[in-house]
Unconditional design. Structure first.
Length: 241
């Protein structure tokens, strides 16, 4: 893709981040950023995790660049360096963590994420949150905060969201929407794998995550099965008392 990054961002922002211009920008990110990630980063973080993080970092940075342009201008080289610096920070923090706790390093959660375009998928999550009453600007702010760190594990996402003012229930729900876990794939991963949005957002678990992320479920724990039901019953008992 030879189209300048600044033109693609401008077209997407001018259209209100409509599907067509956003898809062209996402295609450029895939071709000029994700496919050219250094092998050392892919090997160290895992191919899927590195690609997923690169897409999310690049997409959210493009949204920021649509508002504030750096003095040096906007180019593909600038965005590629920005993404690599952020991923290098992630790698450095992971290496440091493993050196500190060599015998207690947890195994990664078994979630194999494919590598399709993610810009439109994040927008679909924002739209679904807006249907439940959350302002799109707030939803984008929280998604950006979720990705703004050196770890993409659920616990780290929750901490970052709490720092920007999200409730405990909202932060936990966003972590399931964007990261998921062994008990269930994230809404983002399901959309990225090609599942129709109607099918994804009709799933009872995803509907519960959307409801809680929008701030309308004050009893959300992010758990499934008998343990989650017991905790919900306990909350109801305490409130009744």
């Amino acid at each position: 893709m030879n189209v300048e990054l600044e033109v693609l961002i401008s077209d997407a922002a001018r259209s209100g981040w409509a599907e067509g211009p956003s898809s062209r920008l996402a295609e450029g990110i895939e071709e000029r950023i994700v496919s050219l990630l250094p092998s050392r980063i892919r090997i160290a973080l895992g191919d899927d995790e590195a690609a997923q993080l690169a897409r999310l970092i690049a997409w959210e940075r493009c949204h920021e660049l649509a508002v504030v342009v750096p003095p040096g201008g906007v180019t593909w080289g600038y965005l590629a360096n920005f993404v690599r610096w952020r991923l290098t920070d992630v790698l450095r923090a992971e290496v440091h963590r493993r050196r500190q706790h060599p015998l207690t390093t947890p195994l990664p959660e078994p979630e194999a994420l494919p590598r399709p375009l993610l810009g439109g998928h994040l927008d679909q999550i924002v739209e679904e949150l807006a249907r439940q009453g959350m302002a799109p600007a707030v939803a984008r702010l929280l998604i950006a905060a979720a990705a703004d760190g050196t770890s993409y594990q659920r616990a780290a996402i929750v901490v970052r969201l709490r720092r920007v003012g999200a409730s405990k229930e909202q932060a936990e729900a966003f972590s399931w929407l964007l990261r998921g876990g062994a008990a269930g794939r994230s809404a983002l991963a399901r959309l990225a794998s090609g599942q129709p949005p109607g099918q994804v957002f009709a799933d009872p678990d995803v509907r519960r995550w959307i409801w809680a992320a929008s701030g309308r479920d004050l009893r959300f724990f992010g758990l499934r099965g008998a343990l989650g039901r017991r905790r919900l019953v306990g909350v109801g008992f305490l409130r009744a008392a």
